[in-house]
Design a protein around this ligand. Sequence first.
Ligand code: NAD
Length: 421
Amino acid sequence: MSTVGTEHELSVYESMAARFDVAAAKLQIDEGLKRYLRSPNREIIVHIPVAMDNRELKVFDGYRVQHSIARGPCKGGVRYSPDVTLDEIRGLAAEMTWKCAVVNIPFGGAKGGIVCDPSKLSMSELERITRRYTAEILDYIGPERDVPAPDMNTNEQTMAWIMDTYSMHMRHTVTASVTGKPLDLGGSHGRREATGRGVMLTVDEALKHFWWKRQETRLIVQGFGNVGSEAARLMHDEGYKIIGVADATGGVFNTQGLDITALLDYAKQNNTVNGFPGGEAIGAQEILEQECEVLVPAATESVITSKNAHKINARILAEGANSPTTPPADDILFERGVFVVPDILANAGGVTVSYFEWVQDRQGYFWPESTVNERLKSIMVAAFDEVVHYGEKHKVNNRIAAYMLAIDRVAFSIKLRGIYA
Ligand code: NAD
């Protein structure tokens, strides 16, 4: 049962902490270690002065939270949004620690964000904001310390600017300072589609539990950015029937299945899926409640709450986004028998290929896409099996199983290392 009341339901940190508390109690972690694992190592707040195109000087608030370095350098995305808060970044940083541990890669968790609305900023303003943010947190990042990656409203170009700024200060090119970079700057094949591919790989495994075939599986995707559009494209190509897609401006729905190739072209031209002629218009929240076998929330956090969880009409929920479901909603979904592939497993394909990118940059030796995809598959399938078996063994749902597996691994590393001073 969740320990978070509905008054804190929308707090990403409280949601993480509520799940952590349940998992840590099951693992019988001692109180001191629990306190340590629950809080971040370091929180950095910066106020970034930026000259706008009209020469006005504005100040933007930025954050970088580093949750844990117990198993390796910190790793986590940087997001740009007017809604970014320290609470959200703190919660997502901890989730990154658990995510890296679930897929057993040698990183701890971090997250960053800048409070800004990229839709109202020019490219040159975005570049100046990104470079000054990087300069402000420079002492705390780097290949051995903390490695940023793209997240909501940031992309390969953002990573190229961060890498260049970091490299200028180091006086040499440090490609391993970020992941999710353009291929020509030391990026990895397969990184752009990695999170979507990971979602597909975990859904493929979940289908085996129901003895379903891809062709018989109706799928709905909320969010059509990096994660949602790549998941939809790959799963459409593999035979899944995608009956609904939505982005922030609205959605499109067709029980006969959407032509995803045409929808991708439409979204590229119009910057939205709204108005696509191949289906009926539907609201971005309403789409979550339609009947389907698999629902993939791949947009943003807290879209499935105590208010709408009882209306979810899917058998499998595969969380492409971070923290799309609140703890009170977890309980409702559990009672209703929804098979949840939790975010720290379902969307871990992105950080896994980021790990591959970091390894390739440090080796200066790059792998073909087939190698990246093969290695991603073996990690995702193994992690899925471990989580499901852990849940069966300890009689907990998949989310708590994933948390328990992760916390156990991080706690073990801390016990081996001991506490410094
Ligand atoms: P993005 O900015 O590329 O795309 C976000 C999409 O969600 C856009 O289509 C946007 O219109 C839509 N959206 C936003 N708010 C919405 C709402 N309320 N209703 C419906 N649609 C909405 O971001 P992304 O990189 O695809 O990330 C999406 C989610 O996945 C985030 O939670 C992110 O933290 C998580 N995630 C991303 C990665 C990655 O590799 N990019 C990896 C792991 C997790």
